[in-house]
Design a protein around this ligand. Structure first.
Ligand code: AMP
Ligand code: GLY
Length: 431
């Protein structure tokens, strides 16, 4: 039976993008979503927002054919297990598999058992032991919180004093509370990064088109790490051979290891990889679609996303999704102060004009809509402006044209998203 109604749990730009792509084929309920995300797709399917308890999705008057859990926190908390126990078809790993993101120590230990290439590391709760391990590494030093920190718990530095200070701040609980009381220290790796989103079920993975994310707040990769300031797809450095190597050396050994340990992983596995001189290495796993990677990867799919996610949720065979040759670029617009503490309540103008730019879709992240229809800032990452074009250069030009129409006090965005890649592709393929 074809799917007709899908619930998406979450309220960010990633969930907005998931909903928009699903709505090509099915009706979507966002739980809770954000009023700015509601509407009707060009195919005539409604996207509605429902402020119900996600735990009660089995009790809605209208039956739900599939539940897609967007963010990591409810997955780590076991929501997928509880909804499955109620008989719902759920896309997203249970609590056991979600530890891959919920605990970086679990992730690194599992990768080690699976023989996956990844940076040398140690796990510590005591300052003296952590510093002794640090002394065995040369720069670059990498210090991470064990628990969830919204992409902000990682310090990469070549300054030993700064590394020691960061360890003290994390272990004391000052910097990230309980999430930082255990730290992972890693040797630094060097090379371009790649985000590979892989649909996984039954110990097997199907890769979606690769994307590249921009993690630092400022142009030229300066400033602190954020949740992601922009992304693009396709990625010129991610050849078919490299994607194959990542699947064979990193993803499939991990999926086999999960199965061997009795973990039935049904969802997306986000492999954050670094293309080092010794080949691709795993940086980290996330257990959900990347944000903002989802905003460039999912719009490139031309097959039915709801059917693909349902295949994953059923735990059987996953058919290879089809993908357009068109490129996508997204630029994240953040509030003043991000990734630190941010100001909310600034009025956003120019949204209507921005959405008239050809190929552009606006995905709402941290916005709030007033009763008069005015839209204000309500979070760190505020909007994601995603555009498609025949190639990266055209998609990029359209995304920045739309960004140029949007304005609010203190708005921040990077001006170099996909710049290098767009130039590379132009050289190779001048059409
Ligand atoms: P993570 O949250 O683990 O993905 O780390 C955030 C970012 O920190 C990554 O996207 C990398 O840019 C950087 N990073 C993490 N681990 C390493 C490492 N071992 N070597 C170099 N950079 C790293
Ligand atoms: N863009 C990075 C993440 O989703 O974790």
């Amino acid at each position: 039976m074809p799917l007709s109604r899908v619930a998406v749990i979450g309220a960010g730009a990633r969930e907005h993008a998931i909903a928009a792509v699903l709505a090509r084929d099915v009706e979507v309920l966002l739980v809770p979503g954000n009023p700015a995300m509601a509407g009707v797709s060009s195919e005539g399917n409604a996207i509605r927002c429902l402020a119900v308890d996600p735990e009660q999705l089995d009790a809605l008057p209208e039956p739900i054919d599939l539940v897609v859990i967007g963010p990591e926190a409810p997955l780590v908390d076991g929501l997928a297990d509880r909804l499955r126990a109620k008989g719902l078809l759920v896309f997203g790993p249970g609590a056991a598999g979600a530890q891959l993101e919920g605990s970086k120590a679990f992730m690194k230990d599992l990768a080690h058992r699976a023989g996956v290439p990844t940076a040398r590391y140690g796990v510590f709760t005591e300052q003296a032991e952590a510093e002794a391990f640090l002394d065995t590494l040369g720069p670059i030093y990498v210090i991470k919180t064990d628990g969830l920190a919204a992409g902000k718990g990682v310090l990469v530095t070549d300054d030993l004093v700064e590394a020691r200070h960061d360890i003290a701040e994390k272990l004391s609980g000052n910097a990230f509370g309980a999430a930082g009381r255990r730290v992972i220290i890693e040797e630094g790796m060097v090379g371009p990064e790649l985000s590979l989103l892989v649909l996984c079920a039954n110990g097997h993975g199907v890769a979606l088109p690769p994307a590249q994310d921009f993690k630092r707040i400022f142009d030229a990769d300066a400033g602190p790490n954020t949740g992601g300031m922009g992304a693009y797809s396709p990625v010129p450095v991610a050849t078919t051979a490299i994607v194959h190597e990542i699947m064979e050396r990193i993803v499939h050994p991990t999926l086999r290891q999960l199965q061997a340990e009795g973990i039935d992983y049904r969802g997306v596995l986000y492999a954050g990889c670094m293309l080092t001189a010794e080949g691709p290495k795993l940086i980290e796993y996330n257990i959900r679609f990347g944000d903002p990677e989802a905003e460039v990867v999912l719009p490139r799919l031309t097959s039915n996303l709801a059917e693909s996610l349902a295949e994953v949720a059923r735990g059987g065979h996953i058919n290879e999704p089809t993908v357009t040759s068109e490129a996508t670029v997204c630029v994240v617009i953040a509030a003043e102060g991000y990734p630190g503490s941010v100001r909310s309540g600034d009025v956003i103008t120019g949204l209507a004009e921005a959405s008239t730019v050809k190929g552009v879709q606006l995905f709402h992240a941290g916005t709030s809509t007033g009763s008069d229809g005015s839209v204000t800032t309500a979070g760190g990452r505020v909007l994601c402006v995603s555009a498609r074009g025949v190639d990266l250069a055209e998609a990029r030009q359209r995304a920045y044209q739309a960004v140029g129409a949007i304005s609010f006090a203190g708005m921040q965005f990077r001006s170099d998203i996909a710049q290098l890649a767009a130039a590379t592709l132009r050289e190779k393929d001048p059409q």
